[in-house]
Write a protein that binds this ligand. Structure first.
Ligand SMILES: NC(=O)CC[C@H](N)C(=O)O
Length: 304
């Protein structure tokens, strides 16, 4: 294994003063107040050794990173039946794009764009007794961390302003691909996106995806095959219309969120989380992308 701590220190110094670190998301008003200077990195290897620097222990809004976790829970509930309602192709479109959904009769391209994640949220609303509580319990279990919580202010802020998501959910409903009440499903979706986690907590949670479906405590939550599918989706769809660019520059499966977090991983090797709230035009963390590009270059580790 390379000297990860040395590599992180080098990358942190290199990218600390980037002239363009992007713009903090403001379309969810509660996210607008976050300082664009926040910057943390954490890497957890398969031996559970952790390497970190900067604001790696500070919680932030994980937003779309949560889509991987709801997908994992939905697959653990209903298995392959998920694919009757959502496809597995990259969309090549922004995360909240709607026209393909209409062209393709209400079947979202994949579970990591908003429309797909709303269908997954609908599945969980059907399957779980108390969706918000049960999903949070799932995240706490796979991370081994009972302190992880939702940020109610972020959830309420998006509930008041997430008009495109209301549009997506209504479109899905009109095609018969939403079984539950639109507002009930969106309430769950806004809460899942408001999960508040640090880079360190994200690594502990995503350990499952480098460890063939077993969490840090070695309890099995997903089959090897399910993990293979989720990692494939992170590679092809995890960065919306920048998935190609991420594979090209970084070469790892991963998932971003508009809170400025990115999680990426090399199966059976390591997972890494970066937080830097400034986003590029595609909604992905500008500095996060730069950090991960340097990480796979300096460590000579990527899936390619
Ligand atoms: N890309 C993201 O992180 C988007 C998530 C956000 N909650 C939304 O639905 O717009």
């Amino acid at each position: 294994m390379p000297d990860f701590q040395k590599i992180l220190n080098t990358i942190y110094e290199e990218t600390k003063h980037l002239s363009d670190t992007g713009k903090v998301a403001t379309y969810i008003p509660e996210l607008a107040s976050i300082s664009g200077n926040k910057f943390g990195i954490c890497l957890l290897d398969i031996e559970k050794k952790s390497y970190h620097i900067g604001d790696f222990e500070e919680s932030f809004s994980v937003q779309s990173i949560s889509k991987v976790l709801t997908l994992a829970m939905a697959m653990s509930c209903i298995g392959e039946k998920v694919w009757d309602r959502v496809d597995v192709e990259p969309s090549g479109d922004p995360f909240n794009h709607l026209s393909l959904l209409e062209q393709e009769n209400g079947i979202p391209r994949n579970p990591l764009i908003n429309a797909g994640a709303i269908v997954i949220a609908d599945i969980l609303v059907s399957e779980l007794k108390e969706p918000k509580k049960d999903f949070l319990a799932f995240v706490r279990q796979i991370s081994g961390d009972p302190t992880i919580s939702y940020d109610e202010n972020v959830a309420k802020s998006e509930k008041a302003t997430g008009f495109k998501n209301y549009a997506a959910a209504n479109l899905l409903k009109s095609y018969g691909n939403l079984k539950n009440d639109v507002l009930e499903v969106l309430d769950f979706y806004f809460y899942q996106c408001s999960l508040s986690m640090s880079c360190s907590q994200l690594c502990n949670t995503f350990y499952l995806f480098i460890n063939r479906g077993k969490c840090r405590q070695q309890q099995e939550f997903l089959t090897v095959n399910q993990v293979k599918r989720i990692n494939a989706l992170m590679l092809t769809c995890g960065f919306y219309d920048e998935a190609g660019e991420f594979a090209f520059r970084v070469g790892l499966p991963g998932k971003s969120g508009v809170g400025g977090g990115i999680v990426a991983l090399l199966p059976k090797n390591f997972c890494v989380a970066v937080w830097s709230p400034g986003l590029n035009k595609k909604g992905n963390s500008t500095r996060g992308m730069a950090v991960l590009e340097r990480l796979t270059t300096l460590s000579d580790l990527s899936i390619f």
